[in-house]
Design a protein around this ligand. Structure first.
Ligand SMILES: C[S@@+](CC[C@H](N)C(=O)[O-])C[C@H]1O[C@@H](n2cnc3c(N)ncnc32)[C@H](O)[C@@H]1O
Length: 194
């Protein structure tokens, strides 16, 4: 296993399901994923929906190489554009059908207390800043330019971050729905413009 690369977890399925159930199977769609890592979210979406194209980025170049390899292995590389970059830095404004992300969301003060097996995934994969939710806050500032009017976002979130996600996005005109994981904790936030 290579250091700095995320190991996909069952919660990722919840994220993928929330995207797929909002897309019409037969209609073409184009989505963006911020922080693709090794590509498991976008690749799973592309496997399930043949009419979908994905654009994805990450700041971890090592992970991106694996994402490209994985996309090829699963026969979806023609529909998956992957590039290096932070947040929307290298993405021109575009009306995507949706944005999906499993970003770093753990507050920095918890780093030392994380199990070694988790820390193996790398600081930048896990730590979202001092509060943990800075990534969502950054995305919220530009999201309007990157999803179409009836588009939506789906985020994986920390176990106690449902209310803060609402506080970030609802004043900007989004309705936010928080879904729990298998152990009853906040895990996925879905939002769309009102
Ligand atoms: C929790 S991991 C998720 C990886 C993958 N999407 C998955 O679910 O397996 C978070 C990912 O976000 C990336 N990341 C962190 N900060 C980023 C930023 N500012 N812009 C883009 N990607 C970022 C990390 O390198 C890491 O690959």
């Amino acid at each position: 296993m290579e250091e700095g690369v995320l190991i996909p977890r069952p919660e990722t399925e919840l994220l993928v399901d929330e995207v797929l159930k909002r897309l019409d199977k037969a209609e073409p769609a184009i989505g963006i994923e911020l922080g693709v890592g090794t590509g498991c979210i976008s690749i799973t979406l592309l496997i399930h929906k043949k009419e979908l194209k994905m654009v994805g980025n990450d700041i971890n170049i090592k992970a991106l190489k694996l994402a490209k390899k994985n996309a090829k292995r699963h026969g979806v590389s023609q529909r998956f554009l992957i590039f290096g970059g932070s947040l929307f830095q290298a993405v021109r404004p575009f009306a995507f059908d949706f944005l999906v992300s499993n970003p770093p969301y753990i507050p920095s003060y918890l780093w030392e207390s994380l199990p070694k097996a988790l820390r193996f995934e790398g600081y930048n994969s896990l730590i979202g800043g001092m509060k943990g939710w800075e990534f969502y806050q950054e995305v919220s500032k530009e999201l309007d330019k990157y999803i179409k009017k009836d588009g939506f976002f789906v985020f994986e979130i920390g176990h106690d971050q449902g209310s803060v996600i609402k506080e970030i996005f609802e004043p900007l005109g989004y309705k936010v729905e928080v879904h729990k994981d298998y152990s009853g904790q906040d895990r996925v936030a879905v939002g769309w413009r009102l």
